[in-house]
Design a protein around this ligand. Sequence first.
Ligand SMILES: Nc1ncnc2c1ncn2[C@@H]1O[C@H](COP(=O)(O)OP(=O)(O)OP(=O)(O)O)[C@@H](O)[C@H]1O
Length: 780
Amino acid sequence: MKQVTTDEQQHQLEQHAEQQRVDKVTTEISQQLADTTDKLAQAHQETHRIEVNYGDNTKVNVTEIDDKMETNAAVQQQKNLVESAVETEKILESQVTVLKDLADSPYFGRIDIDEDGDKDTLYIGTATLQDDQENFLIYDWRAPISSIYYNGTLGQVTYDTPGGKQAVDLEKKRQFLISQGKILNMFDTNETVGDEILQTVLGQQNDEKMRNIVATIQKEQNDIIRNTTADLLVVQGVAGSGKTSAILQRIAYLLYHSRSQLDADQIILFSPNRLFSNYISAVLPSLGEKNMRQVTLAEFLTQRFSGLTVESLFERFEKDQHSFPAVAKQLRLYKESAAFMDRVKAYVKKTDGHILAFSSIYFEGKPFFKKSEIQDIYSSLPKLMLPRDKFLNTKNTLIKRLKRRIKQDAHSDAVQEAVSLLDEYQYQSLTNHRTFTSGDDEINFVARALVRKRYEVIYDAIYNDYFIDIYEEYSSFLRDNRPVDIEPKLWDTMIQQTVNDVEAHKIHLEDAVPLLYLRDLLTGSGQNHSMQYLFIDEMQDYSAAQLVYVKHAFPRAKLTLLGDSAQDVFTAEYHPSDFIHEIENIFPHNRIALFTLLKSYRSTKPITDFAKAMLPNAQDIEAFSREGSKPAYYLCPSEDTALTQMTRLTNDLLHTNKTVAVLTKTEYQANKLYASLRADHPVTLMSDRDRSIPNGILILPIYLAKGLEFDAVIGYDVSKSSYHEAGDRDILYTLASRAMHDLQLVGIKAPSPILEEIPQDLFDYYQVTEAQELIAKSVE
Ligand SMILES: Nc1ncnc2c1ncn2[C@@H]1O[C@H](COP(=O)(O)OP(=O)(O)OP(=O)(O)O)[C@@H](O)[C@H]1O
């Protein structure tokens, strides 16, 4: 008993000393904050002064740089001045943000090390802080030495330095929970990063935005975050294991370590939906970094197909629920395979005199360059030339011919007359204050500029490759590539259907990437060489063909792919194989580093235990030991009873949670439920166009909740009629694993057979009867 008190006293003494250090550091932070705020105000005035001095036309316009300005060196110099002033302001702004965050919680960790007899105590936080003597008061969590905090247990440990591995003796590791400059809690730990603080963090209510996890990164997550050697990093991680968190902290890490060569704009993340994009948008700024680019697959494909609507994964999933015959599965599997993309490549390589399908370029309703003329140019080129070089040659010839036409037309009487009729303003806008050596020279210039303007649409058509009939070419490719196990008649019908769809400006998802690949390979376009890192979250939702295409589109980017084969919501129904094995086949030449995350942090232990029991490999998933109540299942005899039950559950849950997410399998179910509940409740129906998550009761199909998490989740209509196919297991698992603290499921008439396989002690099962319903209502 006495010992306990002594320990406690000792702890209090140490906490007191630590608090004094926190106070000292926060005083320093306040001073630096005041200085930086002053500098920011001065910088702001300076930017304003430069802008006013040089007038409006030098305002920095980062999206559109005017060609004319670029040629004018003096203006360019002024523009540089403004840009550098704006840049200084931005840097100071971000320093202010970082210092404000540090003022609240300056650090979260301490390590005491002994390096060859040299003892040192280091404090680790979200950013570096030095005093005016250049002493490190706080080390950035990404500094090489900070890795000890995440990786090492006490004793001999090593960390990477630019000069190789360095060994030190780790003597103490301490964790802090600091808020508003006060230590709320501190622990000494021998584990990599101890459980106590993690318990507190995970037990908190969900914000609308994801938070950074730098204070509690776990060892296995740290290995992913700090890996810089793999070309292709693949993470298979169970639901809630921190895959998305790892991506974001990894980006922050890469930006810190390649500060001079890497910009956030050279990193792109393919995210599962727009809600997710918004949900994660605060993590990097909270670490003092700019957000990377983000795109969903649907957005990426739509950008690449101008004028054509690409079917989205969500639309296709909804359609599949109504009808998805075996032959359609077979066709889709074939078109989504890496082998199909190989066939595209082989088709393009064909050098047996195949002439591309071209289309005429029209001007004012008449062909300007006829299809036959384009074909002649193409077929006159050497047979062995690569198709993309032939195409570029053809394109250049067309541009040359257009220029020649412009020159000729400029001399025509009609154009010369038009020049003489130009008013002053029109004339000046064509000459752009240029000086000319003679009058003839000037008139010729203006005449050519006039014709060039007129033919701009033709130039655009050539420039944008509109003269290749890529859809016809794709049909021709399909005609050449029928798989042996598909009947010719069926294959032809599919081709005709594809042609009809294109005429109606639509394209099926499974045709999108083979078509783009074909276009890119034939025309030598479509590749972005500036992207250095590419991340794909929820990679199990990507077909092998899509991965091949994404890699092709960003050839220089190092890839990080993260996914969970158990959350295969969209393709489990027809695509049983494990994506990890496919990756190795798709990228045989890459150095692949494979990581596995098995511990789930998001949900309470009872929820994780319940969710994982749906899976065949349940034993592989480890729940983080956070307590909570068991999930509950309510089987209702009718839809009406289920709706009443929903009302009761949502009311109850809203007492303790800001947000209650009601997840359905399909959009149809979500719409129907919304229509029934909205009269009596303030509910929000979410769609794939939404970008942010409001508080209150939300209704959404599970696929829109991919990657997200909610304090409380109700799965609606978890019944035999909705969840009975093999692939439904993944959907229900994904649904259950969205809940952090509370999970309730409502079934109608008969329970899903998946639930019947789950051990009964893992959840509470209630059979709601009409009689109970009546009693409950009369009590209310
Ligand atoms: N080391 C950690 N410290 C604190 N919180 C963590 C840690 N790792 C994960 N979490 C929390 O666990 C939750 C799940 O993390 P995250 O969304 O990154 O997992 P995921 O593997 O991408 O999940 P899913 O595949 O189910 O969408 C988040 O709330 C995250 O903040």
